[in-house]
Design a protein around this ligand. Structure first.
Ligand code: 26Q
Length: 801
């Protein structure tokens, strides 16, 4: 049906009639979207079935990626690209008077994630399928993804997201594969045949129903599966109040939780985690036992990867099944389990490490709790043998301590691999945050620097640049992104550099249209587009960015002739609904935007644009249009960052601290092609350990700092009495935990250099080219090959080149 334009048109019209019961003339854009989506799914289904048969028959080791989040975005165009039918479809639709771009607008973003971690999972799925690797995703089918953000009077307001409102063409409900997941109740312990047996009684069960989505690889017949679970009431429940049971059950997969480490202990979140883990493991075992007679060699054929600690209950759940249902002894079950699970850590922030109070955990998951207790007891016993009398160390390492279950400790103890997500992050884990675990299990720790799906973030998001690249170096970079390095040959090719510049300009114009539509401001596309898009967090320091903007404003006001290269500062960021401080920063950015944008004296020299509702589909418009990429976290705090890579591959230059993967970007492009500033991670960690930083000194000794900090509370912003006092206090009374004032001068200097550098158009273009050329390393294809070889030990079904 996609072999030629005419064939496509014919099938499309026929399907439209069948599916929508309408003729072409009365059909709507949504009908067209539905029709095309269905055609693609049908086209994919043969390969999908065949891929699954191949996995069943070949007995190759498989990996299952467990993640509580998948930030997929839109799938239509990416699927068309991967299937190699984008141009046929686009041309066919065009002849029918339908624009593919407009159909794409019909599709809702699948926003089942908060940010970096969820988007990483989505990029990984693309690479796993594109590399013909036997790997599948398991997750949750939230009815409402991450909230939709609106600004009302400069404040963030959250609305429930509704991605399923018009259905989801990519999913297939598999009611016959539903499984039951038990909660509450008690554990009955009995002797049977001289063996202790455990039975979970009086449990309330939830039925988990899988919805499968095909994951189409780039130009390959491999179609993997993303299986998302929906919580539904079990038939004939034993429950006093059926309506209440139904309501409570459906609530389990209703909402994605916003990344809010301040608001702990939400029982529904724990229910979600166990639902994901229990349903997924049951599903894996069902198919495993169709092929293998028992579970004794499970770890040789299956790897379960947990994306952060959110699915860490996979460890006690697998133990439970091996012991309670398969009748294995503890040691054998432990050997199998701890050789099946691998774990990725995404943060070193201690406040972000998951902990569950026992009083919540034990009643909800009584048997799982018992098993964790046993794991803890045996682990502490081993520690005692190894470090006799070292009580402090044992307390530090224990899985259960101070009435809490420490999920990261369980993950390290119960897995065979623990990886960080960038070199620096892994070193900090090994040498600091998890040093005592590293001493105990050095062989488990390894690094897998993050990557991005370059076929989405370059090929799909920036078609013009992609075309130019392909003109020069051919198509090979689609499947072998390291080939982008060949662009280095064109560093001195003026015509090529001019083309690059023209494309960037074009992309900026397109983003300017989006900005105009959203905020009604016409920005000057010859200005520097300086962009910070990411979740709002204190450690990411959007505050440093906005204070610098206030400083530029002050300079122009004091000396209208001052030499400042015109800039458009663009922000995109959601704050967790309960994160008070982050919401204050949002209000501050909006207040500065109001003040700056409406000042005729400033005119087009500075504009501040805060884009509402930052999400994957908006990101695809932002990255290609950026000149400057803001990666300004407090050094040591950002585990990796992945936006930094998306900017780089689209030719933006990074202004950043030496944090996360910025360190590796710096190594690749060299000093001249990145703007680094601020404290190093060692300096930051040194301050935390030994003290010695007094923010008040910077306030008193740098008049620029004093001026902007005072403006937070001085009536500089009209009608916002006391609004920013908490920010003022965080900088002075609380001694500026994120070193905003400490890095301020250094940031002002580097921004000054950026202005100078931007004006030397040729040099800038060359720097931009060098960034693009080196970005191939940050493809998630590279990352996934490292996981496949180094951790999962899986091989491609078809063999890599
Ligand atoms: C915790 C408790 C309750 C509810 C939600 C959460 C929660 C949810 C999501 C906590 C954290 C997250 C997400 C974390 C995250 O995205 N981390 C980022 O992961 C990226 C991929 O590895 C890195 O590039 C970023 O540096 C890291 O911040």
């Amino acid at each position: 049906m996609f072999s030629s334009k005419d064939q496509f048109k014919k099938t499309f019209l026929k399907r439209l009639e069948m599916l929508c019961g309408k003729g072409f003339n009365e059909s709507t854009e949504r009908d067209h979207y539905q029709t095309l989506g269905n055609m693609i799914r049908e086209y994919v289904s043969k390969d999908w079935i065949r891929t699954n048969e191949e996995y069943r028959s070949k007995n190759e080791k498989q990996v299952y990626y467990f993640s509580i989040e998948y930030l997929l975005g839109k799938l239509l165009r990416q699927n068309l690209i991967n299937l190699g039918i984008e141009s046929v479809v686009e041309a066919g639709l065009d002849e029918l008077g339908i624009s593919l771009d407009e159909l794409e607008d019909m599709e809702a973003d699948a926003g089942l994630g908060n940010g970096g971690l969820g988007r990483l999972a989505a990029c990984f799925l693309d690479s796993i399928a594109s590399l013909d690797l036997p790997g599948h995703g398991f997750g949750i089918r939230y009815k409402h993804g991450l909230f939709e953000q609106k600004f009302v009077d400069g404040y963030q307001v959250e609305l429930p997201e509704q991605w399923l409102r018009h259905g989801n063409v990519w999913e297939v409900r598999k009611a016959d594969m539903a499984v039951k997941v038990p909660f509450w109740g008690q554990v009955e312990t009995k002797m049977e045949n001289e063996r202790l047996v455990f039975r979970h009684i009086n449990a309330e069960t939830i039925t988990a129903v899988p919805y499968d989505m095909p994951v189409v690889g780039y130009r390959t017949s491999t179609v993997n599966t993303l299986r998302l679970w929906n919580a539904e009431p079990s038939p004939f429940p034993v429950h006093k109040d059926i309506l209440k049971y139904k309501r409570e059950t459906e609530a389990v997969t209703e909402f994605l939780y916003p990344d809010d480490t301040h608001d702990e202990g939400k029982i529904l979140r724990l229910k979600q985690q166990y639902l994901l883990v229990s349903a997924s493991i049951q599903s894996i075992l069902n198919s495993y036992l169709n092929t293998y007679p028992n579970l004794e060699e499970f770890h040789q054929h299956v790897c379960i990867h947990i994306n952060d600690t959110h699915p860490v209950l996979a460890i006690p759940e697998l133990m439970r099944i091996l012991i309670d249902e398969e009748g294995m002894g503890w040691d054998q079950a432990w050997y199998i389990t701890s050789n099946t699970i691998s774990y990725t850590n995404h943060t070193t922030l201690t406040e972000a490490l998951e902990k569950w109070p026992i009083r919540i955990f034990r009643p909800l998951l009584p048997r799982i709790y018992m098993i964790i207790e046993e794991i803890n007891e045996r682990f502490c016993h081993d520690l005692w043998e190894k470090y006799p009398s070292d009580w402090q160390r044992i307390e530090n390492l224990a899985i259960i301590a101070h009435d809490q279950v420490k999920m990261a400790h369980l993950a390290v103890v119960g897995s065979f691999s623990v990886n960080g997500v960038a070199q620096l992050h892994t070193e900090i884990l090994k040498q600091r945050e998890m040093n005592q675990f590293y001493q105990l299990f050095p062989e488990k720790f390894n690094n897998k620097t993050n990557g991005i799906a370059h076929r989405r973030w370059l090929l799909k998001a920036n078609p013009k640049l992609s075309e130019l690249i392909t003109d020069k170096i051919g198509l090979a970079w689609y499947q072998n992104p390291i080939e982008l390095r060949r662009l280095l040959d064109y560093q001195h090719d003026q015509a090529f550099l001019d083309e690059l510049d023209r494309i960037k300009h074009d992309n900026k114009r397109r983003l300017a249209e989006v900005i105009y539509k959203q905020v009604g401001i016409a920005v000057d596309v010859d200005s520097i587009f300086d962009v910070q898009v990411k979740r709002l967090h204190a450690y990411k320091r959007q505050l440093l960015n906005i204070l610098h903007i206030m400083h530029l404003y002050n300079r122009i006001k004091e000396d209208p002739s001052s030499d400042i290269v015109p800039r458009v500062f663009i922000f995109g960021a959601k704050a967790s609904p309960g994160y008070y401080y982050a919401k204050k920063v949002i209000k501050l950015i909006n207040a500065v935007a109001d003040k700056v944008n409406s000042d005729p004296q400033i005119s087009n020299r500075i504009k501040v644009i805060f884009l509402e509702n930052y999400r994957v589909s908006l990101a695809e418009k932002v990255f290609p249009a950026a000149d400057v990429s803001e990666q300004i976290s407090t050094a040591s705090k950002e585990a990796s960052g992945t936006g930094n890579m998306k900017f780089m591959i689209n030719g933006a230059l990074t202004v950043g601290t030496l944090d996360g993967a910025n360190v590796e970007i710096h190594e690749l492009v060299g000093d001249k092609n990145i703007f680094t500033f601020g404290l190093s991670s060692e300096e930051v960690l040194h301050y935390y350990q030994y003290g010695g930083y007094q923010s008040i000194e910077y306030y008193h000794h740098d008049s620029r700092i004093k001026q902007v900090v005072d403006q937070l509370i001085s009536g500089f912003f009209p009608n916002v009495y006391n609004e920013f006092e908490p920010i003022f206090d965080s900088l002075l009374a609380e001694n500026d935990q994120y070193f905003v004032l400490r890095d301020f001068a250094s940031y002002v200097d580097i921004q000054q250099q950026i202005g100078v550098s931007f004006k030397k158009r040729n040099e800038w273009q060359k720097k931009s080219l060098i960034n693009i050329a080196n970005a191939g390393y940050f493809s998630s294809d590279r990352t996934i090959k490292e996981y496949a070889d180094g951790i999962w030990k899986i091989k491609p079904i078809k063999g890599w080149d």
